[in-house]
Ligand binder design. Structure first.
Ligand code: CA
Ligand code: CA
Ligand code: CA
Length: 400
């Protein structure tokens, strides 16, 4: 410890301390032959205490450096539908797939889309209906609404009579927890038995069936699938504000359509009603992506990310967030807003021995635009109290 005190100031002296500390690690992991090369030192052979792994995310190409202490990442572009309500007096809802057809015996119909709600202000706590299916059941001679309502960190599936309308008059699921930091797939499926006498409704979140409901009908009953909305009944909740991104719409069964917005045109949603500062537009949006995994083999460290630089041809509204996730914990994001680094550092997160950290990025840009941006990022961890080890990361993204 005396040696550390003597050498704890000055770049060269810190470098020597790194050698000493790594020599201890070296003894602990003698069989290893990794080259430890955080920036430009060549200390060999020592296994670095933290190494990067490829998360095998299909939306990112990851090239790891030789010692797994550096990485170049290319984020694969994506277009999505941005629905925004930035107005405490205004509201918006969209009408989506609208088949208006009969569901005959043995048939099914399902509607699904992916959503990430990037910001959400809901002072009344009423939630927002993010997907629904309106249908007519000839047996009761009523119109119904099967829906999923989003409340931030949970959703609820519900079924109600359209009369009123009360989205949950027929029943609803208990709250189903979701991670608001990620996109999720929401799906509603209706099936009619072979004999035509049972109508089954199922609600799914990320392919998990969170609620079901059955009606007994007769073979002769007419069942009409009407349409699906995003945000229906928002007209009752003008105080709500949100920024939502929709993608990968799939309708299957007796009627089929799909839309991934990659042609830059929304062929599926029309604005039902809107007032105030609200609207829909195609946007470049990667969704929160796990672009790298950091495996901590050795100790307990404070870990963070830092934006070093941003270069290239920048589009309008170019925003980037990066953050670290460990189990249920998330750092505060480092941010680029309109092409400028506004928050250079994430907060720090304590990484335990033998733990895996997930590094996330989310990129937004105005569409249409041709652009190409390179972000230089440092992955940092503090060894003892006086040394910060930095691993360089390069993240590239572009469109057109
Ligand atoms: Ca509003
Ligand atoms: Ca897309
Ligand atoms: Ca399209």
């Amino acid at each position: 410890m005396k040696i550390h005190e003597n050498y704890h100031s000055g770049k060269h002296k810190i470098f020597i301390t790194v050698v000493l500390i790594l020599s201890i690690w070296h003894l602990k992991a003698f069989s290893s032959t990794y080259v430890y090369n955080p920036l430009n030192s060549t200390l060999n052979p020592v296994q670095p205490p933290i190494i990067f792994l490829n998360p095998n995310n299909p939306s990112a190409t990851v090239n790891l450096g030789e010692a797994y202490t550096s990485a170049n990442i290319t984020i694969i572009g994506n277009l999505a539908l941005n629905v925004y309500d930035g107005d405490t007096n205004g509201y918006i809802y969209l009408e989506g797939p609208a088949p208006y057809i009969n569901l005959n015996s043995g048939g099914y119909y399902s509607v699904s889309w992916n959503i990430h709600i990037a910001s959400f202000e809901d002072p009344m706590g009423n939630g927002i209906m993010i997907i629904d299916l309106r249908f007519y059941n000839g047996y009761t001679d009523e119109f119904y609404l099967a829906s999923i309502t989003y409340y931030g960190n949970y959703v609820k599936a519900s079924l109600g009579l359209l009369y009123g309308p009360d989205p949950a008059s027929e029943g609803q699921s208990p709250p189903h927890m979701i991670n608001p930091n990620q996109k999720h797939e929401f799906k509603i499926k209706m099936e009619r038995s072979i004999d035509g006498c049972i109508l089954t409704l199922k609600w799914f979140v990320d392919q998990v069936n969170i609620y079901s409901y059955q009606y007994s009908i007769t073979q002769a009953t007419q069942v009409i699938i009407c349409e699906s909305y995003f945000g229906w009944l928002n007209q009752d909740k003008p105080e709500l504000k949100f920024e939502a991104y929709l993608d990968d719409v799939h309708v299957e069964g007796i009627y089929g359509v799909s839309e991934d917005f990659e042609d830059g045109v929304d062929d599926i949603f029309v604005i039902g009603e809107s007032t105030g500062y609200t609207g829909k537009r195609i946007s470049y949006y990667t969704y929160p992506q796990k672009f790298l995994v950091a495996l901590n083999n050795y100790g307990v460290y404070n870990v963070s990310l830092e934006f070093k630089s941003i270069n290239g041809i920048m589009p309008l509204g170019f925003n980037v967030s990066i953050w670290i996730n460990f189990n249920e914990q998330y750092t505060k994001s480092a941010k680029v807003v309109n092409g400028l680094i506004t928050e250079a550092q994430t907060s720090k997160i304590l990484s335990q021995q033998n733990s895996i950290l997930n590094l996330y990025v989310n990129i937004t840009a105005t569409y249409p635009a041709n652009w190409n941006v390179t972000l230089k990022i440092l992955f940092k961890y503090e060894v003892e109290d006086y040394i910060t080890v930095k691993y360089p990361l390069k993240v590239e993204a572009g469109y057109g």
